[in-house]
Ligand binder design. Structure first.
Ligand SMILES: [Mg+2]
Length: 300
């Protein structure tokens, strides 16, 4: 990511910091070359997807082989990703195409965390914010897709923010007006504020949710990193007996992977060669945010 984009993203996260969890951090980070140097120190490796496994539709070189090495040593390796815009089958298809072998029990998405979280909720009609091109598998019914018709916003009892690629400032205005006039639960399936892509930064559901909270005073419920719910879900499947300090969260983003991992007591490793930092020096951002990873590595 360009340095100007890093500045912009860090500023956006700073403004929403009060809604993110607290955590305790080490004084400084230990620099290592890659995960093979940490194999003996952890039993479970939780890998972020974008910036660790892949960049878009390209796998990061050597990561599939690294995962095989860790598994050969008896380590558990799983994915913890803030992906909410599309169904699990789409996610699995992508990982498979990229050469990664993860079973359904080894991928923990913010979308699945949200769907588990709402399973007991009594809602007569959901409002969904998502791009229609990914289809509506797995989503609760009945629902309205929230787009340009103001009346649809009035008809729903709760709003699910899953993906922002079809969202825009006009639709956000409709949402703000509707929630301000008639407060209802807002649940967010991807707490990311921004995501890097080839052309710069995309605004993610977290961006719009924080804006909505700032403007209406509502308290959105967030599912996914850095919030504990996705990690609790992962550990319920992977085995709750492992001490937290034998679990390593590996990611490219300070405010999701590093903050979230530390907030539940895991150790954390920041990957700097891809994704958020894309080769830039992370130390100024670490000093500025106080979000200090246990380990820093150029590649996973
Ligand atoms: Mg990432």
């Amino acid at each position: 990511m360009y340095e100007a984009n890093i500045e912009w993203a860090l500023n956006a996260y700073r403004q929403s910091r009060a809604r993110l969890p607290d955590a305790v951090f080490p004084e400084r980070s230990e620099y290592v070359s890659d995960l093979s140097q940490l194999a003996n120190r952890f039993d479970i490796f939780l890998l972020d997807a974008f910036g660790v496994l892949n960049i878009g539709e390209t796998a990061i070189e050597g990561v599939a082989e690294r995962i095989r090495q860790l598994r050969a040593l008896g380590k558990k390796v799983a994915v913890v990703t803030n992906a909410a815009g599309y169904p699990a089958s789409h996610l699995h298809g992508r990982y498979h195409r990229l050469g990664f072998s993860f079973s359904e029990e080894e991928v923990f998405s913010s979308r699945a965390t949200l769907l588990r979280g709402i399973s007991g909720m009594q809602v007569s009609r959901w409002g969904i914010i998502a791009h229609p091109k990914f289809g509506f598998d797995e989503l609760p019914e009945p629902f309205e897709l929230l787009t340009d018709d103001p009346e649809t916003y009035e008809r729903v009892d709760a709003v699910l923010m899953l993906g922002a690629s079809a969202w825009n400032d006009e639709r956000q205005k409709l949402l703000v007006r509707s929630i301000a006039a008639n407060p209802r639960p807002v649940l967010v399936g991807n707490p990311d504020i921004v995501a890097p892509y080839e052309g710069g930064l995309s605004r993610e559901p977290g961006y719009y949710a924080h804006l909505l909270a700032d403007e209406t005073g509502c308290s959105p419920l967030f599912f996914g990193k850095p919030f504990a719910n996705v990690f609790t879900y992962a550990m319920s499947v992977l085995g709750g007996e492992t001490p937290p300090n034998r679990i390593l969260m590996v990611g490219d983003t300070l405010h999701t992977d590093i903050l979230g991992g530390r907030a539940v007591g895991f150790k954390t490793a920041l990957v700097t060669g891809y994704g958020f930092f894309g080769g830039a020096d992370p130390e100024p951002a670490i000093r500025q945010t106080g979000l200090v990873p246990d380990f820093i590595m150029p590649r996973p």
